[in-house]
Design a protein around this ligand. Structure first.
Ligand SMILES: Cc1ncc(COP(=O)(O)O)c(C=O)c1O
Length: 363
């Protein structure tokens, strides 16, 4: 696939991007999917298409990656930070109610680690308040929730194909919707404002049947350089074939982690993982002795992460901070562990053993 893009001497925005968009929209079951260079770009444009008046508010979780809230600032809107559910650490429906006011225009639920936000409850709540719903699906790729794929419940779904994600193209993203009219300007927005098919234009340069104006395009809309390219799309098409298998492997690893830590006293799963039904991008634990455990795992050559420092604790977002007690408390216990489709059984066992040794020595 990748070689094919090189052989065609066309690795920019071209036919492979179209193919990947079609394959992706079929895979998740949505009408329109547009390939971008990141989920950050997708979130930016997702808010942009609604043309919300400057200064309106958007509800976002505090426990998320910067992009979820930065996209709000890119659009001259105001992020309103919502606390996490204490069990799932996803956006708290109770705190949404507390934080909502009549200036809110949208909500961005994040399927944290891949665990579904209860969209069947969120949607009627949001619709009653006239809020647009943009799903941040950076941690999920193909999970069905109550018979419907995550990313197709809200008005728009935004996916990430960054290097650590369930499907990767190195960097990449997809903006998806069942409302094609809503995304009608996104192809121009992702391609510096040009709404002409780039690949078609290139072929027309040497087609004698086409008039001399093949080079012409009009700029009617402000655009960004956010397009996916054919190299990334070729990788995406190859990855998509393997995605069900890779999601299955991640689930097997999570099963193993859950079994391995089941009896530990001071280490608990980060959330109520349900690998039978959902696929996850991240596996994490909660441990009161977070820093000691991180250092211990480091000494064993095991890499860890912390996803995330709540955005309400980040200097950039402090001016918008509001009370998010669960996120800001649980953050002190939160550790993410190695999880990827190529993690071997021996490697997983090695991590589990280290967790068991630590727990024995500290409890
Ligand atoms: C929750 C969340 N949203 C958005 C993004 C942004 O994705 P990208 O790196 O594709 O811009 C990430 C990236 O890790 C993420 O974790």
């Amino acid at each position: 696939m990748v070689k094919d893009a090189f052989d065609r001497s066309w690795i920019g925005l071209g036919p492979r991007v179209n193919e990947f968009e079609t394959a992706w929209s079929r895979f998740i079951g949505c009408r329109t999917a547009i390939g971008l260079n990141s989920a950050t770009a997708a979130l930016h444009l997702a808010l942009r298409v609604f043309k919300f008046p400057k200064g309106k508010k958007v509800l976002v979780p505090s426990l998320t990656f910067s992009a979820t809230a930065s996209a709000v600032l890119y659009n001259d809107l105001v992020p309103v930070f919502v606390d996490s559910d204490p069990i799932t650490l996803g956006i708290s429906l109770e705190d949404l109610n507390n934080k909502f006011d009549s200036d809110c225009v949208a909500v961005i639920p994040v399927h944290y680690c891949g665990h579904p936000v209860p969209m069947d409850e969120l949607i009627p709540w949001a619709e009653e308040r006239n809020l647009k719903i943009i799903e941040d699906c950076a941690h999920t790729a193909g999970t069905l929730y109550k018979g419907k794929t995550l990313g197709t419940w809200g008005d728009i779904g935004c996916f990430s194909f960054e290097e650590k994600k369930c499907l990767t193209t190195g960097d990449g993203g997809m903006i998806c919707s069942n409302d094609s009219e809503l995304l009608k300007d996104v192809k121009a927005m992702r391609w510096v404002g040009i709404d002409k098919d780039n690949w078609k234009k290139a072929r027309e340069y040497v087609n004698e049947n086409i008039d001399a104006m093949h080079w012409f395009y009009e700029l009617n809309i402000l655009g960004w350089k956010y397009n996916m390219n054919d190299l990334a799309a070729s990788i995406g098409l190859a990855q998509l074939k393997k995605l069900p298998e890779m999601n299955k492997r991640r689930s097997e690893i999570i099963h193993k982690y859950l079994d391995g830590i089941n009896d530990l006293k001071g280490i608990n799963p980060l959330l109520p993982y349900d690998p039978e039904n959902y696929s996850y991008q991240m596996f994490g634990i909660r441990c009161i002795k977070k820093n000691e455990l991180i250092i211990f795992l480091k000494s064993k050559g095991i890499a860890t992460g912390c996803h995330y420092t709540p955005l309400t604790m980040q200097p950039l977002f402090k001016p918008y901070a509001s009370r998010c007690q669960v996120a800001e408390t649980e953050y002190f216990k939160l550790i993410t562990l190695p999880l990827h489709a190529d993690l071997t059984t021996q490697e997983t066992d090695y991590v589990i053993e280290a967790l068991q040794v630590f727990d024995r020595n500290h409890n």
